[in-house]
Design a protein around this ligand. Structure first.
Ligand SMILES: N[C@@H](CCC(=O)N[C@@H](CS)C(=O)NCC(=O)O)C(=O)O
Length: 237
């Protein structure tokens, strides 16, 4: 069997889910390298050679003919990269579309403003930083901007789903799970629209399978050790 074009370094329940969802939406051929963040496989020298930051996700692209070795780090960059590399998947507005402006804005806004604002909320600082020096607004303002952009819907850019929805939607899904998303019919409608997507369901099924395999492994290890529970083995970098 031919090796898949894309290889995703992934760990369940992490930002790597964005890349997994993206590859499923794109219908791309990919394989996974499994990491276990609790075991620190993302700090192994072989992985640090790909991403010196030691963070997931990382995407390798072997190219259409299998003769490239492109490495893409940062989930937003992976979204932009795959959407541009696989235009037939229509995960980005065409280069000559005016929607390109909003698309580029959201790809940068999520990691550059919404995520830092969310981190401020989850992990408050000892002292208030000067707001003029920060590149992002307070959490409520950051979120309101997303809500306003979604009022027309169903997606950020209107009728067409794009890679920007994967970045934004995956963050909103987390916030909802952590009960940090304010009551909003707009967010409810958006999250319901995302939940109905086959690409998201397939990505969730892949993660569920991985988690089950990991739990089974742990149970076997525990049984073999006479009840001493260990962590499951993973395919580390
Ligand atoms: N800005 C990066 C953040 C990646 C990130 O923080 N990944 C976390 C998992 S959600 C990670 O790999 N943490 C492991 C570590 O820091 O050792 C992106 O969006 O890709």
């Amino acid at each position: 069997m031919e090796p898949a074009r894309f290889v995703l370094h992934h760990a369940p329940h992490s930002r790597a889910f964005r890349a997994l969802w993206l590859l499923e939406e794109a219908g791309a051929a990919y394989s996974l390298v499994h990491h276990d963040l609790s075991k620190g496989t993302q700090k192994a020298p072989a992985f640090l050679a790909l991403n010196p930051g030691g963070k997931l996700p990382v995407l390798l692209d072997h190219g259409p003919a299998g003769d490239w070795s492109a490495v893409v780090c940062e989930s937003a960059a992976i979204c932009a990269y795959v959407a541009d590399m696989l235009p037939a998947a229509r995960l980005a507005p065409a280069l000559d579309s005016p929607l390109r402006g909003a698309y580029a804005t959201w790809l940068a806004y999520v990691p550059g403003a919404l995520e830092p604002a969310m981190a401020d909320l989850m992990f408050p600082r000892q002292s208030e930083p000067p707001p003029l020096a920060l590149g992002w607004p307070r959490y409520d303002a950051a979120l309101r901007r997303v809500e306003d952009a979604l009022r027309q819907g169903p997606y950020l850019l209107g009728e067409d789903f794009s890679a920007a929805d994967i970045l934004t939607g995956s963050l909103l899904q987390w916030l909802q799970a952590w009960r940090k998303l304010p009551e909003s019919a707009v967010f409810d409608r958006y999250l319901a629209a995302l939940a109905g997507r086959d690409g998201l369901r397939r990505a969730q099924a892949v993660e569920a399978q991985l988690l089950q395999a990991r739990a089974d492994d742990a149970a076997h290890t525990a049984a073999a050790a006479g009840g001493d529970v260990g962590h499951s083995a993973t395919t580390a970098a």
